[in-house]
Design a binder for this molecule. Structure first.
Ligand code: FA5
Ligand code: MG
Length: 420
């Protein structure tokens, strides 16, 4: 849908990073997204994402630290190797960026689990840029960074005992920390162990995962700017579902009055380890979002700022140090509304967001659907959309905003909408 806006006939081939790919009816990667693939913020010395990566890596000193895997993966790696069902919504073109039917941008770092385990790596962290088609506001960006962590163990009685001992060590350390953990049962009817797993082993591994992550949360969040030393750090464990773990959990941290989802995790699905050629091991894995944590640790108010090349942003940070970001003057926002009838062929909200991103890049701060209705007689769907434009670097003049908005409108018309 979106490609049609740039050229009347879609090109037969596209270049992504160093390679040329044939296009097909899956192709939906946009120039804005392509331009992000070589940025590698997580390897840029002094960048907040890189400093955060180093801090977490220092918490897992005996793990392999990986950060150079290509963002281009097969749908098999991203989904099938992790046992996603064939009809899982994440596979849809509306949710993920495809180069073509056989090549896509990873939507999560879990896409690399099988290949890393297959190399014989038993403890590892993997940091990478991930890509998802999504809404537009201060905390959503179509590219963000995740860190995957995983550890696998032998399953004989003495290995299981060793895991228990490590957990007890971590538990004693945590008991001395000012942390308040709202726990959830390791295993329950709604969050069961895998049928092929020994329940006690699964429980031991889940418990080890919890202690490792609770102590990481404490390292990251306790005593940072804005967190009162006298108040305990509050961490909450919640039952979750992922196609590639069981039992599964999400971890939230209470910060400045709100519970914030930080990561997903669980006991690795045995079929993942079977595929990787290590069927006799069991283990845990987690995937955390680096921007969400960095926004808190540095008080960065808008996720677009991570992509800024403005020295007023980058010069505020020193590698290895946490500091409070001082916003430079905020230039005024301007908004424009547009109302239209959706095309009879289906149009997804994410198609709208990609159009706006492609026209306005990082000059768009927010896109909100402020009204939606269906005509009672014709059954046509109408949307009213408010686009908020703002630059971090300068005041936008009216003419420029008008031009951006008229380009958005003409791209939408090419998608078949009828302006009201
Ligand atoms: C996953 O991506 C799983 N792969 C995590 C996982 C790994 C589970 C290993 C089990 C085992 P999820 O979509 O919830 O799960 O994303 C994980 C984290 O990435 C979230 O908790 C959040 O911190 C971050 N995240 C997700 N979506 C966004 C977004 N649009 N912007 C910024 N951060 C995001
Ligand atoms: Mg989630």
């Amino acid at each position: 849908l979106v490609r049609r806006c740039q050229s009347t006939s879609a090109p037969r081939h596209i270049r992504v990073l160093q390679d040329t790919y044939p296009t097909d009816d899956y192709t939906n990667i946009t120039p804005t997204i392509s331009s992000k693939l070589s940025r590698r913020l997580h390897a840029q010395e002094g960048h907040p994402i890189t400093t955060l990566r180093s801090l977490i890596e220092s918490h897992f000193p005996d793990f392999a630290h990986l950060s150079s895997l290509s963002p281009i993966v097969t749908p098999h790696q991203n989904f099938d190797s992790l046992s996603f069902p064939a009809d899982h919504p994440g596979r849809a073109k509306t949710d993920s960026y495809y180069i073509n039917k056989n090549a896509m941008l990873r939507t999560h770092t879990s896409a690399h689990e099988v290949e890393v385990f297959a190399k014989g790596t038993e403890r590892w962290l993997l940091t990478a840029d991930v890509y998802r088609r999504d809404e537009i506001d201060a905390s959503h960006y179509p590219v963000f960074h995740q860190m995957e962590g995983a550890k696998i163990f032998g399953t004989d009685a003495s290995s299981i005992d060793q895991i228990e001992q490590e957990s007890q060590r971590l538990e004693r350390q945590l008991a001395l920390s000012n942390i308040d953990i709202e726990d959830v049962r390791h295993i329950s009817e709604t969050n069961p162990a895998q049928t092929s797993h020994d329940v006690r082993s699964s429980e031991v591994i889940a418990k080890n995962l919890k202690f490792c992550l609770n102590s990481l949360m404490y390292k990251l969040f306790a005593g940072i700017a804005g967190a009162a030393k006298s108040d305990p750090l509050r961490v909450r464990w919640i039952e979750a579902y992922f196609p590639f773990t069981g039992p599964s959990y999400e971890v939230e941290v209470f910060f400045r009055g709100k519970w914030l989802e930080i990561l997903g995790c669980g006991v690795v699905l045995q079929s993942t380890l079977d595929r990787a050629g290590v069927p006799n091991k069991m283990g845990w894995a987690f995937g955390l979002g680096l921007e969400r944590i960095a926004m808190i640790l540095y008080s960065i108010p808008d996720i677009r700022l991570f992509w800024s090349e403005d020295p007023r942003f980058l010069s505020q940070f020193t590698h290895g140090k946490f500091s409070t970001f001082k916003p430079y003057s905020k230039y005024p926002a301007s908004y424009r509304d547009v109302s239209f009838w959706k095309p009879s062929s289906d149009m997804h909200d994410n198609d709208l967001y990609d159009v706006v991103r492609d026209v306005a890049g990082d000059l768009v701060e927010d896109v909100a659907i402020i009204d939606r209705f269906t005509h009672p007689k014709t059954q046509r769907h109408s949307l009213t959309v408010r686009v908020v434009y703002r630059s971090f670097d300068r005041s936008l003049v009216n003419e420029e905003v008008n031009l951006l908005q008229s380009r958005v409108v003409s791209c939408l018309q090419k998608l078949g909408v009828e302006i009201r």
